[in-house]
Design a protein around this ligand. Structure first.
Ligand SMILES: [Ca+2]
Length: 172
């Protein structure tokens, strides 16, 4: 009897609170980006437009720069974010996406391109920051060559909510 009541209650709750729709819950990924370690300040906090969340770097031949990627949950409920990275084609640079930190980084470039990176659950006001973009200028990269990478975070609950940060890399 107790089991039957519990099942009925669960069914009722499921019916009265459809996930993400028609409720007061809000979902909003807020992407951040920074040059590491030259510019410790994040760009893009509370910004949802490209111009406010773009970093630029010029690289010498053989030079590699690390760009840190993060996203804060600016919604009012727990959410997960999908992350997708896209870069314009260029033979002048090698782009690698990584995750981790100590004791080392793991390359996840192919997975980032698919957009199937899914964060753990993030509470409101908290953020994920375990991804990096590494850009290396190759020896064949001529001066003036450039490419642009965009990284988009999308709410796993409400796919209409997303935010994109941008890195513009050029050869000095
Ligand atoms: Ca942002």
């Amino acid at each position: 009897m107790r089991t039957a009541i519990a099942v009925a209650l669960a069914a009722s709750l499921a019916w009265t609170t459809p996930a993400g729709a028609g409720s007061s819950e809000t979902y909003l990924p807020d992407g951040w980006i920074r040059l590491h370690p030259e510019s410790p300040a994040w760009h893009g906090d509370n910004a949802l437009t490209d111009s406010a969340e773009t970093v630029k770097a010029k690289l010498e031949k053989g030079e590699t720069i690390r760009i840190d990627l993060a996203a804060q949950n600016d919604g009012n409920t727990v959410d997960q974010f999908f992350m997708k990275g896209e870069c314009s084609p260029s033979r002048a640079f090698r782009i690698t996406f990584t995750t981790g930190g100590r004791p080392g980084f793991t390359k996840i470039t192919a997975l980032v391109k698919t957009g199937k990176i899914r964060s753990p659950e993030i509470r409101p006001g908290h953020r994920m920051n375990h991804y990096q973009l590494l850009a290396k200028r190759l020896s064949r990269g001529r001066s003036g060559a450039s490419l642009t990478c965009s990284v988009t975070y999308t709410s796993a609950t409400d796919s209409t909510k997303s935010d994109t940060v941008i890195a513009r890399i050029s050869a000095r």
